[in-house]
Structures are given as C-alpha cells and as structure tokens.
Design a protein around this ligand. Structure first.
Ligand code: SME
Length: 165
C-alpha cells in the first residue's frame, strides 16, 4: 500500500523534490496512462496545499481537450484549443500561471471558488497531447517554484506512462 509522506512546504523546491520522489515510487512498474493520471492527480491533490481541483485534460483531436482523471468537483468535459486557460496553454505551447483568474478573459469557471490556476503541458517526442491543471481558491497561490515543480511531476507522469492507441 502506498502511504504519502508528509513533507515540509516552507522550502518549495525541497517540497517538490520530495513529491517527485513520491510520484516516481507511486508510478514505478505501471504504464497504464489512465491509472497513472488518476494516481498523479490524487497525490497532487492530497499533498499540495490549498487546491480545490487537480487533474488532466487530454487532446481528443487537434481542436479539443477532453477531461481525464482528476480530484475535486465535477468539471467541464470539453475545452476547445484556444479557449480558457487550458486551451490557451495548448494553443500557445506553454505553461500558464494565472495569479487571478478574474483577470484572465475567457477563464472557464468549473468551480466558482477557483481564484488562481496553474496549467502545464503534457508533452512527448510527438508534441503536446494534454495538460495537467491545478486550481486554488486563493488568489496568487502559484509561483514559478510551483510551476517548475508541477512541470517536473508532469514529466514523470509522461515518462512512466504508455500512450499507444
Ligand atoms: N479553468 C479551466 C477549466 C478547467 S477547470 O479549472 C477544472 C480553464 O479555464 O481552462
């Protein structure tokens, strides 16, 4: 049985190094992309403070993201590329760190409580195939250290998982 270890959040870089180790251990030996996404979302939601949503959207076509495994309230199922924070991340090919979602035109509010958002890309050698999305009820919850940490976790998820059709 996997037991998440409590880790000190006062040093964010150290916190995410600890979380990287835990995610590697959690996914070790398992390649199923859905099971790994579910456990990645669960670990992040349990361990990263002050989140109200953490989960995956996968590209179903060049034009549309579809909801994947997540933790939090039920969410919008389909997001067009170019729409919302998630679709904008895919369109621009970059992570999105939104300090206040009220200042982001086109933000899609799945949960009215969300105030800040961090979206990182899921990317392999063939390109971007989805995003990992974190929401917080606190404005300004995420900074560049969170972005670097969540990008590292997304890369571990991608490396551990098989995406053959
Ligand atoms: N806020 C996102 C939509 C997904 S939910 O946050 C789970 C967006 O604007 O793309």
């Amino acid at each position: 049985m996997f037991a998440a270890q409590a880790i000190d959040i006062s040093d964010k870089a150290a916190f995410y190094r600890g979380l990287v180790k835990q995610l590697k251990a959690l996914l070790e030996g398992e390649h199923d992309s859905i099971a790994n996404a579910a456990n990645t979302a669960a670990l992040i939601f349990q361990m990263v403070p002050d989140l109200n949503w953490a989960g995956f959207y996968f590209l179903a076509s060049d034009e549309e993201l579809v909801l994947g495994p997540f933790q939090g309230k039920p969410a919008c199922v389909r997001i067009a590329v170019g729409q919302g924070v998630c679709g904008t991340a895919v369109e621009l090919g970059t992570s999105m760190l939104i300090k206040d979602v009220h200042d982001f035109p086109g933000h899609i509010a799945c949960d009215a409580a969300s105030r800040s958002e961090l979206v990182v890309l899921l990317e392999d050698e063939e390109g971007v195939f989805g995003v990992l999305d974190l929401d917080s009820p606190l404005p300004g919850r995420f900074d560049s250290a969170d972005q670097a940490g969540i990008e590292a976790l997304a890369a571990i998820y991608v490396a551990a998982s098989s995406f053959q059709d």
